[in-house]
Design a protein around this ligand. Structure first.
Ligand SMILES: [Zn+2]
Ligand SMILES: [Zn+2]
Length: 528
């Protein structure tokens, strides 16, 4: 038994236990699904990254390689016009058609789904995540699913017995696992199966349905016989999922909590085929800024590119490594803490006991990226942000020099620190600066701040604790709560209610700089 505590190892162990008896020649298949009807976001990326963590753990545990199939459901029909995409009228024209047959609204790729798949590929290739992209349409057309399609036809009644009880009565009568693509109008969701011919692997359909709003799509009336093989007919998604598990012998697939019921049905169906459903786990959906569940529709969630504008990739991988079963927000404001926690973990790593090493996110990252991240300094993201707040500089080199003076170890970690500075500058400009509101001190407060300035100027050195103590002393002497005095300082100097520990901040930006800031503010407050 594995003694690893981290979830990737526990998941890997599930696969090991469930499929231990299998031969050892081929790699074990891990699958993730991607609906290419919208641009990939952090949620899409999360599934691939998390499954990759498990594959590394599985290799470590068993010595057996795993392969990751990133399955793109590009045979799926377009059900609604996604928000935030160009050419909505063109897309509306194409409602009901498989997205692989719809033109690229961006005009650069061979199809709508081709565009989304290219985006996903770009993303995954950039980080050298090992995977095989599987295009549903190509797999259908190559005949990869043909044996399973025959099985579906053969087991039709048993499959109906699984699915029909979950449907509303009015939907039961015409239900079929098969969605013929009308050979006349090219649509999926307007067709209805009339009859099956198992001896000939074919069926009869009519294109007379309607669906969708506000754009209503109507069938063309075409009636025909068609083969169920080679991509002429798609299978509805719960059966489709089971079909993939069967055809690829998928041994692991994780999915969001929203798919628990679907997975149960797909599990029953794959058993009808005489196979076992994969091992897997359900993860919590990410929450938006407002704490609502992020839907998969376009325009929600944080794009991977956006995260990378504000922080290094590793901090995002670190964020995705954190317990997937815990509900967490995915919004810009999680970034600073994620980076700081990541750096702390990296700094801790060399001192870990041997038994703890493989449960560290750093071990998993080193397996994934091929290099072990290292960091030994005292600078973190929050500190860099505070420095930018303090000296207000847009000057990358000046910021770097300040940091180097604060912590000589910065020199050993130059590349990382410079990346932090660049990312933090972006973060500051986009999220902090626009919200700054400076307080104009009243007469009493000015007097207090003047005293503060003079006492600060008289301090002989720049010890962080002494600088911190000065604020407490002054507050006490003036019968004021220390917290209120800190708040006053931050509101006046930084335009915000809270700030870094004052002593650390003063040491970081330098006493002279604080004195200058105070003088400017006091001069400004008199209206001079
Ligand atoms: Zn394109
Ligand atoms: Zn039609």
């Amino acid at each position: 038994m594995s003694e690893h505590a981290s979830w990737p190892f526990q998941e890997a162990q599930k696969v090991q236990l469930a499929f231990a008896g299998e031969g050892t020649r081929t790699p074990i298949v891990f699958e993730t699904g991607f609906g290419p009807s919208g641009l990939p976001h952090v949620g899409t990326f999360a599934e691939v990254v998390r499954t990759s963590f498990i594959i590394q753990a599985f290799l470590q545990l068993t010595g057996r390689p795993g392969v990751l199939y990133a399955f793109c459901d590009d045979m799926d029909g377009l059900r609604r016009v996604p928000k935030n995409l160009p050419q909505p009228e063109m897309l509306a024209e194409n409602l009901g058609r498989p997205i692989s047959r719809i033109p690229d609204p961006f005009g650069c790729c061979s199809s709508f789904s081709g565009h989304m798949e290219n985006k996903l590929k770009e993303l995954l290739d950039r980080y050298q995540l090992g995977y095989q992209l599987k295009s549903s349409v190509e797999e259908y057309q190559k005949g990869v699913f043909n044996p399973a399609l025959r099985l579906i036809l053969e087991k039709l009644e048993e499959i109906k017995a699984v699915i029909l009880p979950t449907l509303q009565e009015e939907n039961q009568k015409d239900w079929s696992p098969f969605f013929p693509i009308c050979e006349n109008c090219g649509r999926l969701y307007t067709t209805r199966v009339l009859d099956y011919y198992p001896q000939k692997d074919s069926l009869k359909y009519v294109c007379d349905g309607t669906f969708g709003r506000p754009w209503k799509v109507e069938g063309c009336g075409h009636k025909d016989k068609i083969s169920i093989l080679d991509g002429k007919v798609k299978v509805g998604w719960k059966v489709d999922w089971a079909m993939r598990w069967f055809a690829y012998q998928v041994r692991y697939e994780m999915f969001g909590k929203d798919l628990i019921d679907s997975a149960k049905l797909s599990g029953k169906i794959v058993r009808l085929f005489g196979a076992e459903p994969p091992a897997g786990m359900t993860y919590e959906m990410f929450l938006s800024e407002a704490g609502k569940k992020i839907s998969k529709s376009v325009g929600e969630g944080l794009a991977v590119e956006e995260w990378l504008r504000y922080a290094p990739l590793e901090s995002m991988l670190f964020y995705l490594y954190q317990n997937p079963k815990k509900q967490r927000r995915l919004y810009f404001d999680v970034i600073p803490k994620s980076v700081d926690d990541y750096l702390a973990e990296v700094a801790r790593y060399p001192a870990l006991e041997e038994t703890q090493v493989q449960d560290s996110v750093v071990w998993h990252l080193s397996k994934m990226t091929g290099k072990t991240p290292g960091y030994s300094g005292n600078i973190n993201y929050t500190l860099v942000l505070h420095l930018i707040e303090g000296i207000g500089a847009d000057d990358h080199d000046l910021l770097y020099d300040y940091l180097l003076r604060y912590d000589p170890k910065v020199a050993e970690n130059r590349e990382l620190v410079e990346q932090l500075v660049q990312s933090a500058l972006n973060y500051f400009r986009d999220f902090i600066e626009p919200h700054k509101q400076y307080r104009t001190p009243d007469a009493g407060e000015r007097e207090l701040l003047q005293k503060f300035r003079d006492r600060l100027a008289a301090l002989p050195d720049q010890d962080a604790n002494q600088l911190q103590a000065l604020v407490f002393d002054l507050a006490r002497e003036n019968g004021m709560e220390a917290a209120a005095f800190f708040k006053l300082i931050y509101q006046v100097l930084l335009g915000q209610d809270r700030g870094p520990r004052f002593g650390t901040f003063a040491k970081l930006v330098g006493k002279e700089r604080i004195l200058k800031m105070l003088e400017q503010k006091l001069a400004g407050a008199t209206g001079s």
